[in-house]
Design a protein around this ligand. Structure first.
Ligand SMILES: [Fe+2]
Length: 461
């Protein structure tokens, strides 16, 4: 009976038991068995024997506040009062237990959410593409909150309109044709004000005409805080029509705020980084192309040095970021030549000392050009020092041995190798076995021997 009631979620509050219950178990045994099934049942045990004291019962059942002993004879009203009191006690104890359980599970939920958010932050910050970051923000939120549409909108270059860059639940033709003027509509206002908007009933809001197909709307800005507390808004995050017409709860808004704030940093780095890189790399690539177009012997040299430097760095087992850095430095190693007169660079005859000294300035000029352009990664060292030599015979700083960075050592080898294997106006391309001999002779004297060896492995020579 007790087992069945508990299983059906209607447990008994009170058991009224006589100590003497013939035949079979006595009252004490019955209580023991009841408590094995449900330890929270209150028990009123009645006895006619004055010698069945509280102490004796405690010695049999252990100390408990779930028992009351009633001595016979008793009045009906006494039983009624006692039963009412015990049931009330059971009720409040049960409520308290449920509350504790709820608190524990809330706490557990909060801990789990916190851990999930930390995992999310780590993931977002490790991503290197705007597309990947936006996709992960949306997928992560979609797993937590079910709503019909989720989207990220970013502004155009002049911050006149916001466009959907990533979304779920929105048909392609709407994505392509949707733009919101900044300062107008929900997303536009949120972008301009930097304040989130939570609308749980669009009908009751000033937006009902413009957004008649929506029930609810949650819109948050991606705000990035610069030094001196200046803030910039990068875009907005929209969630519309929460599932089953339910309102967005306070907890959900807090959660989405976490997601948005966490993502703002990664988004900022990506947007500004790629903008800077786009502009810089675009102009640099054009510059290299323009330079090399006038000198077909030099054509493709920058690209080749970049590839060779990457190959050497990989052979040496460097980290991925290091390899990318060296590859970019290889591409830009001679960028400083842009400011050296073309007549000197492509001079057929012997250079005068003055001309040669001018050419020797190109690594420092290259470094200056890159510094002026605020490149997001620091590659200036590889560029300034790609003509330094181990024995101190190089330029511009006459560095020796370990004073030269690995970036510069790698580019030096790649640069020399590509120069030797290319045809020049005054000579044919040098055969590979001759180059190998030449480089082996320089290894350990002017060139880093490990980099030379890594080049041979990479080239398979
Ligand atoms: Fe150079």
């Amino acid at each position: 009976m007790v087992k069945k009631a508990k299983a059906e979620n209607f447990p008994y509050a009170l058991a009224f038991i006589d100590v003497r219950m013939p035949p079979g178990w006595d009252g004490i045994e019955t209580i023991t068995r009841i408590w094995e099934i449900d330890p929270f049942i209150e028990v009123a045990i009645c006895t006619a024997y004055a010698d069945y004291s509280w102490d004796q019962i405690v010695s049999k059942l252990g100390y408990t506040d779930h028992i009351i002993i009633i001595k016979k004879p008793f009045e009906k009203i006494e039983i009624k009062q006692m039963a009412t009191a015990l049931i009330q006690k059971w009720n409040s104890a049960t409520r308290a237990r449920l509350n504790v359980k709820k608190l524990e599970s809330n706490l557990q939920n909060q801990i789990e959410i916190k851990e999930t958010i930390i995992e999310f932050a780590n993931l977002i910050n490790s991503l290197k593409s705007l597309d990947g970051i936006c996709r992960n923000i949306i997928d992560f939120t979609a797993n937590l909150i079910k709503s019909e549409r989720i989207s990220i909108m970013l502004p155009d270059e002049h911050e006149e309109n916001l466009y959907i860059v990533k979304s779920i639940g929105i048909p392609d033709e709407i994505i392509d044709n949707t733009f919101v003027k900044t300062g107008e509509g929900i997303a536009g206002e949120v972008f301009t004000s930097g304040e989130k908007l939570i609308i749980n009933n669009i009908e009751d809001s000033k937006y009902r005409k413009r957004y008649s197909s929506y029930d609810s709307f949650l819109c948050l800005p991606f705000v990035y805080t610069l030094p001196r507390k200046k803030t910039i808004n990068l875009g907005v995050f929209n969630l519309t029509n929460k599932q089953n017409n339910m309102p967005f709860t306070k907890d959900e808004v807090t959660l989405v705020s976490y997601v948005v704030n966490t993502s703002a940093v990664a988004l900022y780095n990506q947007i500004t980084g790629s903008k800077r890189e786009e502009t810089l790399l675009g102009s640099i690539a054009a510059l290299i192309k323009e330079r090399e177009a006038h000198d077909h012997y030099m054509a493709g040299h920058s690209n080749q040095v970049s590839l060779l430097a990457k190959g050497i760095a990989e052979e040496l087992g460097l980290k991925r970021e290091e390899i990318d850095k060296i590859s970019l430095a290889g591409l830009l190693h001679d960028i400083g030549k842009a400011e050296i007169p073309k007549s000197i660079l492509s001079k057929q005859g012997k250079l005068t000392e003055k001309e040669y000294n001018l050419i020797k300035e190109h690594p420092a000029i290259g470094e200056r050009i890159l510094n002026e352009n605020n490149l997001p990664i620091n590659i200036t060292d590889g560029i300034r020092h790609h003509h330094e030599r181990l024995d101190g015979s190089g330029y511009p700083d006459r560095l020796k041995g370990e004073q030269i960075s690995i970036d510069a050592k790698i580019i030096a080898v790649a640069d020399m190798f590509d120069a030797m294997r290319s045809k020049r106006s005054y000579r044919h391309a040098i055969p590979e076995r001759m180059i190998k001999k030449e480089l082996m002779g320089k290894a350990g004297i002017t060139l880093d021997p490990e980099c030379v060896q890594a080049l041979f492995s990479y080239m398979g020579i």
